[in-house]
Design a protein around this ligand. Structure first.
Ligand SMILES: *Cc1c(COP(=O)(O)O)cnc(C)c1O
Ligand SMILES: [Zn+2]
Length: 572
């Protein structure tokens, strides 16, 4: 579809020829692309008609962001520079959802981009637009991931890239940038200073400067996230496997919430533009509520939002270990995001680095997803909004899982995460008159030092799996499971566990019955019991359990650390 350039400050419209540094009318620098969403031959045709026509065009197209080609800002397909980015999976967070009691949490897995973050979308469109404009050399400032993505794509496009980063960007990330052949300039200062130096360098050398959120390409790239989310949610709700493209037969769907950690705020600005275009095309009926998260050490947007400021107060000296999110001067992006939130609902909140690191470990342990700290900020934000009751249990939430772990694991799991195994020395074995196999068996025995035994009695298989997963990830327990009270009691009598985790509502013998039977058995009466229940207990039921159990946890409202704390307290 045709598009024109629109200036946010003066509203002037200009024909798109090539990426512009500023508005030719007023010289301000925030520019947007506006598409001709109506039908050129039938300007009065209903918009929804145009939308559904477009859906039919998507039929049979491949699984990349280029399937939305009509709404992307390139003139010719010949200039597309691609690694097949986009159409990342939308995954249900099964275990996290169970733990939190929120069944509709989805993870948009942007770690699966070619360089491991959602900046691959930006690079694909940004570098393609540069190639189309005949640009051979360009300058970009980055908190890390843009540098990596742009470097890979510009290598493919034959563009020389000058990358300005701060010294707080992890060395492993900088090395990857250099690997792709970019010039890496490390600025000893804040990210905002690095941005300024990059702009001055570009001006002095007369080189093309990537303008991030203010330019066209970056926002247009991020809006493909909205298209994919709406299309995939539609597929999932229709019972389709979201990885199979069925030619968009299903109604598209907008989630109740879109969550993302922000630095410059490009992601949500672009994503909300995408949802707004779908709404104008008549393909969806609303925009999602928007929750953005920053780290407390660099939270100009969160602080300004809670103060009710229309213009952001900058943070001059960011103090955070999460360098990806270290933009202290968000500029107009804050104003755009604030307007979007006031209109559609949502918030901008701050999260401590510690809360983010805890969330990082939890998401990896519970759902097998290893993210970088900037992404963990979003998960910590999810936990916060759920705790505060802002996100309701029935609501559909999509989390931008924006980037892969990279070199941070060492800060989270320390140095002593392996179990060391020494293989038996043959001369020692001969002296002890034992075979190599015997020696190996002893060494293997020593590997597994689990001594405590825990029995889970729970008829709901999902709940049982969740509890088992929490215990498995902690490492030190033998776990036995039973699906009803009768079988559970037999198992407890046979295995004599150190602790019992018990559900109340079960067939055959319920949890109350199991407690009473254990208390009546002199050999089991001191075995600690933790009850996990789905129902609110009546006063009478509470009385029956009073003094008999060590802890009571409500299903869907405890974190793994709550359960582990209770277990630690209960074990002798
Ligand atoms: C860039 C980035 C962010 C912040 O995104 P913006 O929308 O630019 O503020 C968050 N997480 C990761 C992994 C990133 O690379
Ligand atoms: Zn203007």
């Amino acid at each position: 579809m045709n598009f024109t350039i629109v200036c946010r400050a003066c509203g002037a419209k200009h024909e798109y020829e090539r990426p512009l540094p500023t508005c030719p009318t007023c010289n301000k620098d925030w520019l947007d692309a506006e598409y001709e969403l109506t039908h050129p031959q039938q300007p009065n045709a209903h918009l929804a008609q145009r939308g559904h026509e477009w859906l039919r065009q998507l039929d049979g197209r491949g699984a990349s962001l280029w399937r939305y080609r009509e709404l992307l800002p390139l003139k010719s397909n010949e200039n597309i520079v691609t690694f097949g980015e986009g159409w990342t999976p939308l995954l249900k967070a099964h275990n996290l959802g169970l733990m939190l009691g929120h069944p509709n949490i989805y993870i948009k897995d942007e770690r699966q981009g070619p360089t491991g973050s959602f900046k691959d979308r930006q690079a694909a469109i940004g570098i393609s637009a540069m190639k189309e404009a005949g640009i051979k050399e360009a300058v970009v400032a980055s908190t890390g991931n843009v540098a990596i993505a742009y470097s890979a794509y510009s290598a493919r496009a034959g563009i020389k890239l000058w990358v300005f980063v701060t010294s707080s960007v992890p060395a492993d990330k900088m090395r990857e940038v250099a690997l792709y052949g970019s010039e890496v300039i490390k600025v000893a200062g804040t990210y905002d200073e690095a941005k300024r130096v990059a702009a001055e360098f570009a001006a002095s050398k007369n080189l093309f400067l990537d303008r991030g959120v203010k330019g066209i390409a970056a926002k247009e790239a991020m809006k493909t996230l909205a298209f994919e989310i709406a299309e995939q949610l539609g597929n999932i709700e229709a019972g389709q496997d979201m990885s199979v493209l069925n030619g968009s037969r299903w109604p598209w769907k907008v989630p109740d919430w879109y969550l993302q950690s922000v630095s410059g705020g490009l992601g949500p600005v672009g994503v909300m533009k995408g949802f707004a275009e779908l709404k104008r095309l008549g393909l969806v009926s609303k925009l999602p509520k928007l929750a953005c998260f920053q780290t407390s050490g660099c939270a100009p947007m969160a602080r300004s939002f809670h103060k009710g400021l229309a213009v952001a107060e900058n943070v001059k000296e960011p103090r955070t270990d999460i360098s990806t999110l270290a933009t202290g001067a968000p500029g107009e992006a804050y104003e755009v995001l604030r307007e979007l939130i006031l209109e559609n609902g949502g918030t901008i909140d701050a999260i401590t680095d510690v809360a983010a690191f805890n969330a990082l470990h939890l998401v990896a342990k519970m759902d097998g997803i290893s993210v970088e700290p900037a992404t963990a900020v979003t998960f910590a934000g999810l936990f916060k909004l759920i705790r505060e009751g802002k996100i309701q249990p029935h609501e559909t939430v999509v989390i931008n899982c924006s980037g892969h772990t990279f070199p941070v694991e060492k800060h989270i799991i320390g140095e002593h995460y392996t179990r060391d195994m020494t293989l038996p020395d043959t001369s020692e074995l001969a002296k002890a008159n034992r075979s190599r196999e015997e020696g190996l068996l002893t060494a293997l025995e020593e590997l597994d030092s689990r001594v405590q035994r825990i029995t889970i009695v729970e008829d709901n298989q999902d709940a049982s799996r969740l509890i088992r997963r929490i215990l498995q990830a902690q490492g030190d327990f033998h776990i036995d499971e039973a699906q009803d009270g009768q079988a559970g009691l037999r198992l407890i009598q046979e295995t004599r566990p150190n602790l019992v985790i018990l559900d109340l509502m079960m067939p055959e013998l319920d949890g109350f019955g199991v407690v009473e039977a254990m208390k009546a058995d002199p050999t089991l009466k001191d075995t600690p019991i933790i009850v996990i229940t789905a129902k609110e207990l009546t006063e009478d039921e509470k009385d029956r359990l009073d003094g008999q159990i060590k802890a009571l946890l409500q299903k869907g409202s405890f974190m793994d650390s709550d359960l582990l704390n209770d277990i630690q307290k209960a074990l002798p």
